[in-house]
Design a protein around this ligand. Structure first.
Ligand code: SF4
Ligand code: SF4
Length: 61
């Protein structure tokens, strides 16, 4: 299982991660990405490569 976090100071709400994640982990809430389904993450690393602001961090639990 993976812990997915978004740094709200870096996230600009571009939605790249929302559209790129095959597991639909992210949604936009109040203009920021919210990894509300982090439990579904399979660590494909797509969001890490897509985010223009390096706002996403994923760690194995
Ligand atoms: S690593 Fe893959 S599955 Fe996990 S949140 Fe990012 S895009 Fe989604
Ligand atoms: S790709 Fe990065 S900057 Fe864009 S919404 Fe997702 S976390 Fe925020």
């Amino acid at each position: 299982m993976y812990l997915v976090t978004v740094d709200n100071e870096k996230c600009d709400g571009c939605e790249e991660c929302v559209n790129a994640c095959p597991q639909m982990v992210f949604k936009i809430t109040d203009g920021k990405s919210d990894p509300y389904q982090a439990g579904e993450c399979v660590f494909c690393e797509t969001c890490l490569s897509m985010c223009p602001n390096t706002a996403i961090t994923i760690t194995e639990m």
